[in-house]
Design a protein around this ligand. Structure first.
Ligand code: HXC
Length: 269
C-alpha cells in the first residue's frame, strides 16, 4: 500500500540552509537552497553536520530523515564556490572534515531523494543508511565534465555499492542513472512514485523509530564495518555488538514480548 502523500512543511524563514523539525522520534533535516538545486557549499555542510550531531546526541531522536526538495536532493557541491580556488586553498580549508562528521553519525539516516542527486549530492546520499528514491531521481557523478573527479568518497563508496564495472562507467562517462537503474544496481533500496518521495521516506523513518534504538545503532555500525574489515574481523566485531545488546532492557523486552505474543515497547536503554 502506498503511503498518503505528505508534503514537507514549508519553510518559515526563507534563508535557512537547513530546515529542521521533529516528528515524534524522527529528526528531520531538509536541504534548502532551491535557487541552486540544493548545491552543497561548506556553510551548508557545516550546518548539516552540526544539526545531525545535535539529533545524534538527543535521546528523544531515534532516526534522522534527510530530505532535499522534489526537484533536487542536491545537484552537487557548489561549483561557484570552488571554481577559482587553488589546490592550496582547497587543501587548507579541509572541507571534507565536515563530511567526516556526518560519516560518524550513529543513528540511522533515511534519505528522501527526489530529482537530482549528482556529484557531492550522490556522495551525501551514499553516506545515508537507507535511500528512498523517487522514480524521477537522476543519480550520478558528473564531476568528470567539470575537469575533476569525485572528492567526497564517490570513487570508494560507489564502487563498493555497485561494483567496479558500473562505478567506472558512471564516474568516467559522467552519465546519470535512473532510479530504476540505481535500484537494480543496489545503490538505493526502495523506489517510490514521485508524489510519495517525502511521505514514503517519512513513513519508513517513523517505522524504524519504533524499534529498539540501540539495536538500530549497533546494527548500522556493524553493516558499515563490512566495508572496512575483512570477513573474520567483521564477524568478530558483529558478535561483540550482538553480545552488548544483551546488556539492554530493550533486548529483554523484545524477547519477552515475543514469548508473550504482544508488541514490544522499547525504551532506548
Ligand atoms: C552551483 C548549481 C549547481 C551546482 C545547479 N546549479 N547545480 N550551482 N553548483 N552544483 C544552479 C545553476 O547554475 C542554475 O543557477 C540553477 O542551479 C538551476 O540550474 P539549471 O542548470 O538552470 O537547471 P537545469 O537546466 O534543470 O539543469 C539541472 C542540472 C544542471 C542538470 C542538475 O544544473 C547541472 O548540470 N548542474 C551541475 C551538476 C554537477 O556537475 N554536479 C557536480 C558538482 S562538483 P542560475 O543562477 O543559472 O539560475 C561536485 C564535487 C563533489 O559535486 C566533491 C566535493 C564535495
Amino acid at each position: 500500500m502506498s503511503p498518503a502523500t505528505v508534503e514537507p512543511k514549508p519553510s518559515a524563514k526563507g534563508d535557512e540552509l537547513i530546515l529542521t523539525e521533529t516528528d515524534g522520534n524522527v529528526g528531520i533535516l531538509r536541504i534548502n537552497r532551491p535557487k541552486v538545486l540544493n548545491a552543497l557549499n561548506p556553510e551548508l555542510m557545516t550546518m548539516l553536520a552540526t544539526q545531525m550531531e545535535a539529533f545524534d546526541t538527543d535521546p528523544k531522536i531515534h532516526v534522522i530523515l534527510l530530505a532535499g526538495s522534489e526537484r533536487a536532493w542536491a545537484a552537487g557541491a557548489d561549483i561557484g564556490d570552488m571554481a577559482e580556488r587553488s589546490t592550496f586553498e582547497m587543501y587548507q580549508r579541509d572541507q571534507f572534515a565536515t563530511w567526516d562528521r556526518i560519516a560518524r553519525i550513529k543513528k540511522p539516516i533515511v534519505a528522501a531523494v527526489s530529482g537530482y542527486a549528482l556529484g557531492g549530492g550522490c556522495e551525501l546520499m551514499m553516506m545515508c543508511d537507507i535511500v528512498v528514491a523517487a522514480d524521477n531521481a537522476q543519480i550520478g557523478q558528473p564531476e568528470i565534465n567539470l575537469g575533476v573527479m569525485p572528492g567526497a568518497g564517490g570513487t570508494q563508496r560507489l564502487t563498493r555499492a555497485i561494483g567496479k564495472a558500473l562505478a567506472m562507467d558512471v564516474i568516467l562517462s559522467g552519465r546519470t542513472l535512473s532510479a530504476k537503474e540505481a535500484l537494480d544496481a543496489g545503490l538505493v533500496s526502495r523506489v517510490v512514485p514521485k508524489e510519495h518521495w517525502y511521505s514514503a521516506a517519512l513513513k519508513l523513518a517513523q517505522e524504524l523509530a519504533k524499534k529498539a534504538p540501540l539495536a538500530l545503532q549497533l546494527a548500522k555500525e556493524a553493516v558499515l564495518k563490512a566495508h572496512e574489515l575483512n570477513l573474520s574481523q567483521g564477524i568478530l566485531h558483529e558478535r561483540k555488538l550482538f553480545y552488548m545488546l544483551f546488556a539492554t532492557e530493550d533486548q529483554k523486552e523484545g524477547m519477552r514480548a515475543f514469548a508473550e505474543k504482544r508488541k514490544a515497547v522499547f525504551k532506548g536503554r
